[in-house]
Design a protein around this ligand. Sequence first.
Ligand code: FAD
Length: 456
Amino acid sequence: MKYDVIIVGAGPGGIFSAYELMTTAPELRVAVIEAGNELKKRHCPIDGDKVKSCIKCKSCAIMSGFGGAGAFSDGKYNITNDFGGSLYEYIGRKNAIELMKYVDQINLAYGGEGTKMYSTAGSAFKTLCVQNKLQLLDASVRHLGTDINYIVLENLYKKLSESVDFFFNTPAQKIEKIDGGYRVITKKGEFEGEHCIVSVGRSGSKWMETVCRDLEIGTQSNRVDIGVRVEIPAVIFQHITSELYEGKIVYRTEKFEDRVRTFCMNPNGIVVTENTNGIVTVNGHSFEDPAKKTENTNFALLVAKHFSEPFKDSNGYGENIAKLSNMLGGGVIVQRFGDLERGRRSTRSRIEENTVIPTLSATPGDLSLVLPKRILDGIIEMIYALDTIAPGMANDDTLLYGVEVKFYNMEVELDENLETKHKGLYVIGDGSGVTHSLSHASASGVYVARRIASEK
Ligand SMILES: Cc1cc2nc3c(=O)[nH]c(=O)nc-3n(C[C@H](O)[C@H](O)[C@H](O)COP(=O)(O)OP(=O)(O)OC[C@H]3O[C@@H](n4cnc5c(N)ncnc54)[C@H](O)[C@@H]3O)c2cc1C
C-alpha cells in the first residue's frame, strides 16, 4: 500500500497531522495506522459491577484507538509553554503558542464551541500562592470536558475519513528505511510512504524504543514523576477551580528541595484507573454534563524525580513502584490522610465511615509501604502547604490514591523540524518525549504536517 504520508498512531498528534495535511495539501495520500479501535468501538470492560478492576486487555481501550490516550480524558487543552512539554525549545515560544491556539480553534469548530476558557492572567490567587511559598504557573485552559471532547473527536473522525485512509487494530511492528521513504510493517500488510510521522504516545513507548534502536536514533530518559491522587470535597478547592478550573501549583519542599506539583485537576470529577503496559495506576476525569458531576474534586500531587548517570531507566523505576501498589492492593490503594499521618493502614470500615466518599473503588491500604520516604515526605509537606491556601486540604478524611505515575517517554533525538536524522521520518507527540499534553501533542502534529506540505 503506497502513500505520500504514513502516520503511525491516531492520538491527538496523529489526528492533527492528518487534519493539517488534509486541509493544506489535499493532493497528498495519507494513511493512519492505529493499534487500537475506532472511537465508537473503544469500551473499557470495567463496569464497576461484573468487572471491577482492570483485566489487562490486549489493547487498552482507555489508552489506544482513535483519539489516543486523550479520548476519554477531561479534555483540558492548556495553552502555555510553562508545562505540558518542551515543544517551544524546538519551534520557538511564539510559534508553539500560535499552534496551540490554532488547535483550539479547530476544536471549537468541531463541537467545542460554548466551552469555557480559563486563565491565570491577573488572578489574585497568584499572590496568595506566592505569600505561602507556592507558585502558580501561567496558562490559559480550554476545558472541553470528557463528553464534549468525545464529540469533537467524533466530528473530526467523520471529516478526516472523507479523505484519509484509517487502518484500525493494526499495530505497526517495524519501520524500515527504503529507497525514497519508509516501509511500515504490520500483521495486516506493509505500507510505504515518502514521509512517516510516528505519533505513538505513551502506550507506544516500548515500541518506540525498538524503532530508535533499529534505526540508530539517539534517545535519553532520566525523568519520572511519582505521587498520589488526592480526593477532597469540591468546596475546599472551589475558590481555585471556579476561577482557574485547573491551578498548576508548584511547591519546593523544605526537606529535600524537591519540586512537588499539582497535576490534572478535576473539579466535581471522578477518580479512575489507568493501565500502562499492564501496570495499573490512578488518574482522574470530570464532565461538563451537570448530571455527571460529583461532590468531590481530585488532582494529582507529583514529585519530580530526575536521575543522573549511570541510571537510565527512570520509567522502570516508576513502574516498579506502581507494581508494588498493584502487588499489595491488587490495583490502586486508597488511604485516608489521617491514617497515613498516624502510620496505620486504612481499612474498609474506616473508608466507609469517611466523610469524603471515594469515587473509585480501590483497596484500602498503606501508601507508606509503597512510596519511597523522600517522595512521601514531599507529598505530606505539599498537603500542608496547600492547606494554607485551601483550608481543609490536610483534613484526616482527605483521600489519597496511589500510585499515580507520570511516565516520561524517552526523548528522541530530533532537529528543529521534529525530524530524526533520517530525512522524512518525524517523531511527534508524547512518543517523542517532546510533549506531555493534548495541546502540545496536537500542535506538534500541525507543525510537522505544515513542514511536509511546504516541501511539496
Ligand atoms: C486518563 C487521561 C487523562 C488525560 N487528561 C489530559 C488532559 O486533560 N489534558 C492534557 O493536556 N493531557 C491529558 N492527558 C494526556 C494526553 O492524553 C496525552 O498527552 C496525549 O493524548 C498525547 O497525544 P499523542 O498523540 O502524542 O499520543 P496518544 O494520545 O497516546 O496516542 C498514541 C496512539 O498511538 C497508538 N499506537 C501506539 N503504538 C502503536 C503502534 N505500534 N502502531 C500503531 N499505533 C500505535 C496508540 O494506540 C494511541 O492511540 C491525559 C491522559 C490520560 C491517560
